[in-house]
Write a new protein. Structure first.
Length: 136
């Protein structure tokens, strides 16, 4: 399994946004400059992340972007789901047509696998990813 580029960029952008916690608000242009991502991509991400309740934006003087809740309360699973939708390794769990569904012995087990994957991503808070990595 591999995250889409957009989901990967969302994690990068949220890490950058989390470094502004408690300080001045930031903007999509500033996040783009900090991360090296294109401004249109960051604007698209801001829209999705705001719709998911992870970012809050305000207009006018003193406006800008900030996390909608503490970084410790935002997980990688939250960010991925904001961009990709529910975490699932196979499409059959979501009701997609499958040519072997009538014979499949594995389909009943996919929800357990998907929940384990989601649980692993939900165990990683944004604060953990936003920390500077110590070089040994």
């Amino acid at each position: 399994m591999r995250l889409s580029n957009l989901a990967d960029y969302a994690v990068v952008a949220m890490c950058a946004a989390s470094r502004h916690c408690g300080g001045a608000k930031t903007s999509a242009a500033e996040l783009a400059a900090e991360t090296g991502l294109p401004v249109p991509t960051v604007q698209k991400l801001v829209s999705k992340l705001s719709a998911a309740g992870l970012l809050r934006s305000s207009r006018g003087a003193g406006g800008g972007l900030q996390l909608a809740r503490p970084a410790a309360a935002i997980t990688v699973a939250d960010i991925v789901e904001a961009v990709e939708g529910p975490i699932a390794l196979t499409a059959c769990v979501e009701g997609a047509d499958c040519s072997v569904e009538h014979e499949c012995q594995v389909k009943p087990h996919w929800p357990v696998v998907n929940e384990a994957l989601r649980g692993a991503l939900a165990a990683i808070p944004l604060t953990q990813l936003a920390r500077e990595r110590e070089i040994a």
